[in-house]
Design a protein around this ligand. Structure first.
Ligand code: FEO
Length: 407
């Protein structure tokens, strides 16, 4: 059965929702599923913007057949060639072999690398600033390299103001009927997944996202609707979404608050982390979140680290090193370019406490623009009540730093 939504004028959503995939990119859990968005323009010429993951190909084909209603597909615009969007390209071309493929040079290269049979089909290579008229609608192409692959581009429909933004402005989460941002409570139900998507998928490429935002800023008055490849379509409150992207891509925190991430083997480091959280709350700082790195997926840890201004990393020493899961969190921070955070350290070790020094060295040598607070809490096996003053000092140091942090 076809499942489409009318977006605006003669533009339709023809994508699909996926609740069967457990791990996006075979690494990130998606308990709320994911959508693969594709869009069909029914102008004098018919144009499909991107395809869907192979697993959703049949749904895409049913949607296209329904809306085309016997018309042919004239063009296929590939904004992003990653297989969660490009994998159904070949099947679309089998059904509509006369469709011309519009993409960047690198996208054509990737199509061949993935083994898609595109030879024999019209190939229209486009670059920044090129335009194409499909009848009533004229579009222009905006290169967006590394948002999130090198071939990526966005397409702006100069007639309707629809921006096909590829991975930019996307989110984890299946749409389940509700296509538009104004049909959902985004702050309550989507923001965490949007941040987790951005920070883990595109987070490394903040400077490139900034370039795209500047390009979008130059034509902002022409953008009426943002059509990303995942998650809701934005037809109102565009400044809100752009504002979030602006913060995330500059690695600026969204909230002045404290994320405490602890690595604990027998509960003693966890108890210290809990006691610290309680002290902070006692002193009026309620924007405190606490995560056990052993049972929280690192994609969530990364997302929360992007959200909050202050991090507390509390780790046991393990084989004279940092506890492996905490080390993995730190490595992901490096991989995803997280920076500009203030970090407090809590260390534990029963006979050779090393984790504090090692975490500090990692942060100072491997991450950028991070501040490690001088106050550190060290414990041998457990934090005894007679160390209460040191806990108090650490809480005060964090609060002092928070007070000095920009809003
Ligand atoms: Fe949703 Fe970079 O692919």
């Amino acid at each position: 059965m076809y499942c489409v939504r009318h977006v605006t004028e003669d533009l339709y959503w023809v994508g699909a929702n996926d609740h069967r995939l457990t791990l996006f990119e075979n690494i990130h859990p998606i308990p709320r599923g994911v959508s693969y968005n594709a869009y069909l323009l029914l102008d004098e010429r018919t144009v499909l913007f991107d395809t869907v993951d192979w697993s959703a190909c049949r749904q895409l084909l049913e949607n296209l057949e329904h809306l085309l209603a016997g018309r042919t597909l004239d063009y296929l615009v590939i904004n992003h060639m990653e297989p969660d969007h490009g994998a159904s390209l070949e099947e679309v071309l089998l059904r509509w072999p006369n469709a011309g493929i519009i993409a960047t040079e690198k996208a054509f290269m990737l199509m061949r690398q993935f083994g898609f049979q595109i030879d024999g089909h019209e190939q229209i290579e486009v670059k920044e600033g090129d335009t194409r008229c499909f009848g009533r609608h004229t579009v222009t192409f905006i290169s967006a390299p590394m948002v999130h692959w090198p071939e990526a581009m966005a397409t702006l429909d100069l007639t309707s103001g629809a921006l096909f933004s590829a991975d930019a402005f996307g989110s984890f989460g299946a749409l389940d009927g509700k296509l538009f941002n104004d049909e959902v409570n985004f702050d309550r139900d989507w923001l965490d997944d949007a941040r987790r998507y951005y920070t883990n998928i595109v987070g490394k490429y903040g400077p490139q996202v900034q370039v795209l935002l500047k390009k979008a800023g130059a034509v902002l008055n022409q953008i009426k609707i943002i059509c990303p490849l995942h998650g809701p379509v934005w037809r109102s409150d565009l400044e809100y979404l752009i504002g979030k992207y602006n913060l995330w891509s500059r690695y600026e925190p969204e909230e002045k608050g404290v994320m405490i991430a602890y690595a604990s083997m027998y509960g003693n480091t966890e108890a210290a982390a809990q006691a610290l959280a309680a002290r902070l709350c006692d002193k009026g700082m309620h924007r405190v979140v606490l995560y056990d790195v052993s049972n929280t997926h690192v994609s969530t840890l990364i997302s929360e680290a992007f959200k909050y201004s202050h991090l507390v990393l509390a780790s046991v020493t393990y084989n004279l090193g940092i506890y492996p899961v905490m080390h993995s969190f730190l490595s992901d921070m490096k991989a995803l370019n997280l920076q500009k955070r203030t970090v407090a350290l809590v260390e534990n070790g029963s006979w050779a406490c090393k984790s504090g020094d090692l975490m500090q060295k990692f942060i100072e040598n491997e991450l950028k623009n991070m501040t490690v607070l001088g106050e550190r809490l060290s414990m041998a096996s457990s934090l005894r009540p007679d160390r209460s003053a040191e806990l108090e000092s650490l809480a005060n140091a964090i609060l002092e730093s928070l007070a000095g942090a920009a809003e």
